[in-house]
Design a protein around this ligand. Structure first.
Ligand code: FUB
Length: 448
């Protein structure tokens, strides 16, 4: 009871701290986040990720995964994300080893008026087994407050819980521990109803983890990261039953081009579009245990197979023209002379900038919504050591010019505001292009 009261007070405080983040990849811009479990609850998407932090002496294992709590984020449009704050912390769950820093990939599901949050971690008492086990916390709302069950689920040893409720109401728990396991859950969602089964028809060699099962048109898709070569790629197998047998069917996303060893997926349908949520080490290129969650659209072929998803920086959703448009999260970029870099390598959460270093180099950002209100000006946050001119176009790199902006010399960042003739309402692609040979750096643009 005391624990319940405390969690209410704590929850109240963190709701006050809720902040907005943005739609492009990565989705969360002020902390690390990994292993996104996305769910549609009502008319919003909720994402339950792991929360990577950097271990320090005495707090976690330096050079390894380090996670002490979970946040939940939600969005009604996949563009504006709200951080609802911490929902579970390692030192507030009675059975969890309070300094294990092992709050790995979670999942959450709705059943009969309650939200069940499943999380893997290390128990403090060896009677629950050695290594990881999986616990549950229950709430009346997707964002909490969550109250943790006093003990973990019996007979489950492993990580990466995933819960699926079939059309007949039967719930299943999947998890990883060398192999991928599955079992039916009792109606109370807190206990296994059957013995764990190894889903053994998946590729035999190489680590498999992070199961995530969904159903579409009578096909059960078991998706999972698998080390087919050196690092994880996202694969899927299909079957006629939630517990298989499954047949390996294909690759959803190739290995990270920059070598992030893990990936971890969830797949949802929201407003008639399918999305893949996954992660990459965007803010931590040199250390792949500090990751960031992303989302991109996912499409099926007519035969039900999944088209491979190519990871993008632009991500999903529509950006309003009056918001800061982070063009460094580009949809397309010229073959030469355009690149991106961190604004400040000592504080990467400040984000990125676009660098245009060659005549006509360009960067394109798709899906910007211009409202019915007349657009009177453009503001650009930019810098140029020698002074430079950029051209802003709609459509593509040879599309109509809507503004030409001179960036004064000096090299310091400044916001330059320029009156423009107006942009017709509607969703448009924007291109920022260098005119002349002097290099320019652009942080963001916005329209008023
Ligand atoms: O985040 C820690 C572990 O890395 C997850 O549990 C795995 O799925 C992998 O992403």
């Amino acid at each position: 009871m005391k624990y319940r009261k405390l969690s209410f007070v704590f929850f109240g405080l963190i709701v006050l701290l809720a902040i907005n983040t943005f739609a492009q990849n990565p989705l969360i811009r002020n902390m690390y986040s990994a292993d996104p479990s996305a769910r549609v609850f009502g008319d919003r998407v909720y994402v339950y990720p792991s929360h990577d932090i950097l271990a320090t002496e005495g707090h976690g294992r330096i050079g390894w995964f380090c996670m002490e709590d979970y946040h939940v984020f939600s969005s009604a449009n996949l563009t504006d994300w709200t951080d609802h704050g911490v929902i579970i912390t390692q030192n507030k769950v009675p059975w969890v080893k309070p300094d294990s820093y092992s709050m790995w990939a979670p999942d959450c599901i709705y059943r009969s008026g309650k939200y069940y949050f499943y999380f893997p971690t290390t128990p403090k008492d060896s009677t629950y087994g050695r290594g990881f086990t999986i616990g549950v916390a229950v709430a009346d709302k997707p964002e909490g407050p969550y109250v943790a069950e006093p003990t973990p689920i019996k007979n489950v040893h492993g990580i990466d819980p995933n819960v699926f409720i079939d059309k007949d109401g039967q719930a299943y728990l999947f998890w990883a521990g060398g192999n991928i396991y599955g079992a039916k859950l009792k109606d109370n969602m807190l206990e296994l109803a059957t013995e764990p089964k190894i889903l053994g028809e998946l590729p035999g060699k190489g680590l498999k983890e992070g199961p995530y099962l969904f159903e579409r048109n009578g096909i059960y898709y078991l998706t999972y990261p698998h080390v087919e070569n050196k690092i994880e790629r996202l694969e899927y197998a299909t079957g006629d039953n939630p517990l298989g047998p499954f047949k390996f069917t294909g690759v959803i996303m190739d290995e990270s081009p920059t070598g992030c060893w893990t990936n971890h997926q969830s797949i949802i349908r929201f407003k008639n579009q399918w999305y893949l949520f996954y992660h990459h080490n965007d803010y931590s290129p040199g250390f792949d245990k500090a990751r960031s969650i992303r989302a991109d659209s996912l499409f099926f072929n007519a035969d039900g197979t999944i088209r491979k998803v190519i990871p993008t920086l632009r991500g999903t959703g529509v950006t309003e023209s009056s918001q800061q448009i982070q063009i460094d999260r580009y949809s397309a970029i010229s073959k030469e002379g355009a690149s991106i870099d961190f604004l400040d390598t000592f504080n990467r959460f400040l984000g990125w900038k676009a660098i245009l270093a060659k005549r006509d180099a360009w960067i394109q950002y798709n899906a910007v919504e211009f409202g019915k209100k007349a657009t009177k000006s453009v503001s650009v946050r930019a810098a140029s050591a020698t002074g430079a001119t950029i051209v802003i176009r709609t459509k593509d790199a040879s599309g109509p010019v809507i503004a030409e902006v001179n960036i004064p010399k000096g090299g310091d960042w400044r916001v330059i505001k320029k009156t423009i003739a107006g942009v017709p309402a509607g969703i448009k692609n924007l291109v920022v292009q260098l005119k002349g040979d002097s290099e320019a750096e652009v942080d963001w643009i916005l329209f008023e």
